[in-house]
Write a protein that binds this ligand. Structure first.
Ligand code: PEP
Length: 257
């Protein structure tokens, strides 16, 4: 049985004060969330990690970051290491988000280095994969998923892979209001699980959690979470508001219990 995981990617939103307010609101709304079946993760910007960590300490909400560098320390101006994220209280880190691939030259090779570094320091990587609209339209969706999954997870051993979470995020659905249909999501998730099975065997592939991301909202959570291979969501816009993110979590908890 895979434990559902819903993560909120706050992107470059929220000052420290706003982040504290949002985290406090979610803590209040979610205090009864049954974490036996579902995990809730907040991924604020770096600047608010410590403060949000403090707000959610002793709660059923966990902390993640939006990116990481692969070195432990050194002269890498502007970068943040896995050790620093652990120090802030993070357990999770998003790696290879399409916005990082699109605007900051992230490649499968850098994703792979970051995944290995995160695992080495005890962080659970949430590895984002997914096709653009153009790639979908020319029938390259599965080829892109092969490329992102195989090369992003290259040379991980079985123990390392067992701590990886995948987020299937079709780029055309991120921040656009266009959600993949539940059938499109299920098809892609099943395909990814098949790729993972070839890499790590059926048992580990079955145990791997695959989130869907792309315009997840309270209104479409139930139908997306009802698909058998959808194990949660990576939520952008709708995670910036207490009511909408709490509703997504509560809805997912109902569907997956
Ligand atoms: C995301 O940033 O990962 C995302 C899925 O954004 P949105 O929910 O806003 O589409």
């Amino acid at each position: 049985m895979r434990r559902t995981i819903i993560a909120g990617n706050w992107k470059m939103y929220k000052t420290i004060g706003e982040a504290i307010e949002l985290a406090n609101g979610l803590k209040r709304e979610l205090f009864e969330l049954d974490t036996q079946h579902i995990e809730a993760v907040l991924c604020p910007p770096y600047t608010a990690l410590s403060e949000v960590a403090e707000v959610i300490s002793n709660s059923n909400i966990q902390l993640g970051a939006q990116d990481v560098y692969w070195q432990d320390e050194g002269a890498f101006t502007g970068e943040v290491s896995p050790k620093m994220l652990k120090d802030c209280g993070c357990n999770f880190v998003i790696i290879g988000h399409s916005e990082r691939r699109q605007y900051f030259s992230e490649t499968n090779e850098t994703v792979n280095k970051k995944v290995k570094a995160a695992l080495k320091h005890g962080l659970f990587p949430i590895v984002c994969v997914g096709e653009t609209l153009e790639e979908r339209e020319v029938g390259r969706t599965f080829a892109v998923l092969d490329d992102h999954v195989i090369n992003g997870l290259k040379d991980l051993d079985k123990d390392e892979f067992s701590r990886v979470i995948i987020a299937y995020e079709p780029v055309w659905a991120i921040g656009t209001g266009k959600t993949a249909t539940p059938q499109q999501a299920q098809e892609a998730h099943m395909y990814i699980r098949g790729v993972l099975a070839k890499m790590y065997g059926a048992e580990l592939a079955q145990a791997c959690r695959i989130q869907y991301g792309g315009s997840v909202k309270p209104e479409n959570t139930k139908e997306l979470m009802s698909e058998p291979d959808v194990d949660g969501a990576l939520v952008g816009g709708a995670s910036l508001n207490v009511t909408s993110f709490a509703t997504i979590l509560k809805t997912a908890a109902q569907v997956k219990k």
